[in-house]
Design a protein around this ligand. Structure first.
Ligand SMILES: Cc1ncc(COP(=O)(O)O)c(C=O)c1O
Length: 369
């Protein structure tokens, strides 16, 4: 009897790094310093250096890592922010928190990332910012998109929740835009043991504002310049993340090896396209097939997980169909809608062994036979 094959396996990562993680956690517990301390500061320096950004500011989640920069640049009611329709809900939710309107653009069907042509059509006089998402671990066409945003004076934010370590033209995700927004949710390529996030920026004024916003609008104890949030990255999470960051390159290479094995063995489905201008870090390995539901069912019968990221594009979500967003009902974003109907993400994680990958491939092929 074969055991289950999960999508991600955070506990296996812990088992592999147990000695290092336990030592780091004990160090923090013994220190008595649990929120805003040396671990968080060290992690900020390490992530900034890794990404190639001047500054990094820790926060509570990837969602906050998108929200706080929008607040920092003054996005609010009456403004529009363009986001791709094919992404996790939080990308648009962060815009809605500010009172601004998320306006949905379509994707390039090959990369699943924001389409420049659709972005050009979606921008209006009210557009303040664009959030580009490096979906599934592959960067969007950052040279073209950042040149366009610069030409229109639009602030570019990168949603790097799925793409720490991905590159485009030898620059890492998070090093292109005004802000890089990262999630360390437990299934991400760099994964905390809980919620955590980080923002990178090259601008020291932004950095100062973000530090204030994440800490109740305060720079000086009990002096509050504005209303902010409690969105701090705690020391235990930072310590765990620092251990795992030392293994990130090796883990991302392992993900790429799993992806290559899938490529070699899968036939009769559309494989994810790799953009030669960058380095894909395979947060997900996402195939496309008109028979994806049958494939998913067959995998499920054998204890193999497979997920649909994402079944409903954001312009079709009930939350974005309300009266003041009625125009979303009339919007057609064909590439996002087609992707939602055909995508299927197969298990991928750095510790997935060859035998499991082969078993997944054999099941996929049997389902298609
Ligand atoms: C593309 C994308 N954006 C934003 C987020 C939000 O991150 P978090 O769950 O840490 O709030 C996630 C992940 O969950 C994501 O995948």
């Amino acid at each position: 009897m074969n055991g289950p094959v999960p999508m991600a396996d955070p506990a296996a990562e812990y088992r592999l790094l147990k000695a290092e993680i336990d030592a780091a956690v004990s160090r923090v517990l013994a220190s008595g310093r649990y929120v805003l301390g040396p671990e968080g500061e060290a992690l900020e320096r390490e992530i900034a250096a890794y990404v190639g950004a001047a500054h990094a500011v820790g926060c509570n989640s990837g969602t906050d890592a998108l929200h706080l920069p929008l607040v920092a640049i003054g996005v609010g009611p009456g403004d529009e922010v363009v986001v791709p329709a094919f992404t996790f809900f939080a990308t648009a939710e962060a815009v809605s928190y500010t009172g601004a309107t998320p306006v949905f653009a379509d994707i390039d069907p090959a990369s699943f990332n924001l389409s420049l042509a659709s972005l050009e059509r979606t921008v209006t006089a009210r557009t303040r910012a664009v959030i580009v998402v490096h979906l599934f671990g592959q960067c969007a066409a950052m040279d073209e998109i950042s040149a366009f945003c610069a030409s229109r004076s639009l602030v570019l934010l990168e949603d790097c929740a799925q793409a720490l370590g991905a590159q485009y033209q030898n620059r890492r995700a998070g090093g292109w835009g005004e802000f890089g927004c990262f999630s360390f949710y437990p299934t991400k390529n760099l994964a905390a043991a809980g919620d955590a996030g980080m923002i990178t920026t090259r601008n020291s004024d932004h950095e100062k504002t973000l530090r204030m916003l994440r800490h109740h609008g305060s720079r000086q104890t009990y002096l509050h310049e504005r209303v902010g949030w409690n969105s701090r990255l705690d020391e235990l999470q930072a310590a765990v993340l620092r251990v795992k960051l030392r293994h990130l390159e090796e883990f991302n290479s392992a993900r790429r090896r799993v992806a290559q094995r899938y490529r070699d063995k899968l036939k009769g489905v559309q494989l994810p396209a790799e953009d030669a201008r960058g380095r894909h870090v395979y947060h997900q390995f996402t195939i496309r097939s008109g028979r994806r539901d049958a494939i998913r069912e067959a995998l499920g019968r054998d204890g193999i997980a497979a997920s649909i990221f994402y079944p409903i594009p954001l312009h079709r979500q009930p939350a974005y169909q309300s009266a003041n967003l009625a125009s979303n009902r009339d919007v057609a974003l064909p590439a996002s809608e087609a992707a939602a109907k055909t995508v299927l993400s197969l298990p991928i994680n750095p510790l997935l062994d060859d035998a499991s990958v082969d078993r997944v491939c054999a099941r996929v092929q049997a389902a298609l036979a």
